[in-house]
Design a protein around this ligand. Structure first.
Ligand SMILES: [Zn+2]
Length: 62
């Protein structure tokens, strides 16, 4: 199954709903993969506004 990225929080998922924000607003047009393990300690997570660990898209286009 194709991986999709949430338009809201950019989490990458293969499910129909985003596990983070429970939205079905998912896009298959996204680029980059960002793995956040410790959101509290990660500068990238702060810049990207990510608060939960997981795999995120750098940019969601669609
Ligand atoms: Zn989401």
């Amino acid at each position: 199954m194709k991986k999709k990225a949430c338009r809201n929080c950019r989490l990458i998922t293969t499910t129909k709903l985003c596990p983070n924000c429970k939205t079905s607003s998912l896009s298959d047009d996204w680029v980059g993969e960002l793995i956040i393990v410790y959101p509290d300690k990660s500068k990238i997570a702060k810049i990207a506004n990510i608060t939960k660990p997981g795999k995120y898209a750098i940019l969601v286009r669609g």
